[in-house]
Design a binder for this molecule. Structure first.
Ligand SMILES: Nc1ncnc2c1ncn2[C@@H]1O[C@H](COP(=O)(O)OP(=O)(O)OP(=O)(O)O)[C@@H](O)[C@H]1O
Length: 272
């Protein structure tokens, strides 16, 4: 092998040449019903992927399979661990999986109550995640929590309030702070602006976009809202009846949809 070929081979084997997550032929059946079928995609560091489709198209099923909440019926999902090794997520031991959930991943739920502890203070909701990754110093925990509350536009005077005293938009911003404070490498978001007023949604989307860019996060976001996908994502997967009907760069896909179903989706929002 000549030097150039050796160099290319080394490059290919380096962790930079590997995706962060690799999904191959993933299917999930609920008895005779299809949840999702034969899904394939990779996600790269710093990339935002939107999974879009109408209700019942399989978005949540796919997100749950990828985030190890729901074991697929078939297929593999490999994740690049911090040491660079690609590992099959469903072959990890329970301790390794919990470590990922605690340190490497974030999960922003549609309903903030599912991702927050509603009866402890806002500061503790953020500080708790830091403690889970080994931070112990009270003053530092409080300072970092205050800083993060500020980043999601929650005043320092609300640090000791419980999230149940917050509005829906504030709760969602707190959930985002709780998830991002540990600098995860991959964040899953399930309809993060669903259930919020349109004006609150717009502000939240702006905030999420800013943080995602600043932190260089990889994000997989499920949404039925093409406007959310357009604003946040680099690439889109369009699902229908459990299948991916189109997959491509967001701008290209929205400007020039190829699949009849995507054309229908795009034309329906343009008419609004
Ligand atoms: N626990 C379950 N048992 C049986 N069928 C299920 C279950 N969860 C989902 N399904 C079915 O799998 C298919 C995909 O559902 P899924 O919830 O993944 O869709 P979705 O695109 O996330 O919908 P929505 O936007 O309404 O949340 C649907 O036909 C649904 O009825």
């Amino acid at each position: 092998m000549n030097a150039a070929a050796a160099q290319i081979e080394n490059l290919d084997r380096s962790s930079e040449a590997l995706p962060l997550l690799s999904v191959r032929s993933v299917s999930k059946a609920y008895g005779a019903r299809i949840g999702c079928t034969e899904v394939n995609f990779d996600i790269w560091p710093g990339e935002v992927l939107a999974i879009v489709g109408e209700s019942g198209s399989g978005k949540t099923t796919l997100l749950n399979c990828i985030s190890t909440r729901l074991e697929p019926t078939s297929g593999t999902i490999a994740y690049r661990m911090r040491d660079g090794e690609m590992r099959d997520l469903y072959q990890l031991g329970e301790a390794e999986r919990r470590f990922l959930l605690r340190t490497d991943w974030g999960f922003v739920h549609q309903n903030p109550a599912d991702g927050l502890r509603m009866t402890v203070s806002a500061g503790a909701n953020v500080g708790e995640r830091l403690m889970a990754v080994g931070h112990r110093h009270y003053g530092e925990l409080r300072a970092t929590a205050t800083d993060w509350l500020g980043r999601v536009e929650i005043g320092a005077d609300r640090i000791d309030d419980q999230p149940r005293a917050f509005s829906g938009g504030m709760r969602q911003r707190l959930q985002i702070a709780r998830n991002l404070v540990t600098a995860p490498r991959l964040v899953f978001m399930d309809e993060p602006t669903g259930g919020l007023d349109v004006s609150v949604q717009a502000r939240l989307l702006d905030l999420v976009r800013g943080l995602v860019n600043e932190l260089g996060l990889s994000v997989i976001i499920v949404t039925h809202d093409l406007a959310v996908a357009r604003l946040l994502s680099h690439r889109m997967l369009v699902m229908k009846d459990g299948r991916v009907v189109e997959h491509g760069l967001t701008d290209r896909l929205l400007d020039d949809p190829q699949a009849p179903y995507t054309q229908l989706l795009v034309s329906s929002i343009l008419q609004v």
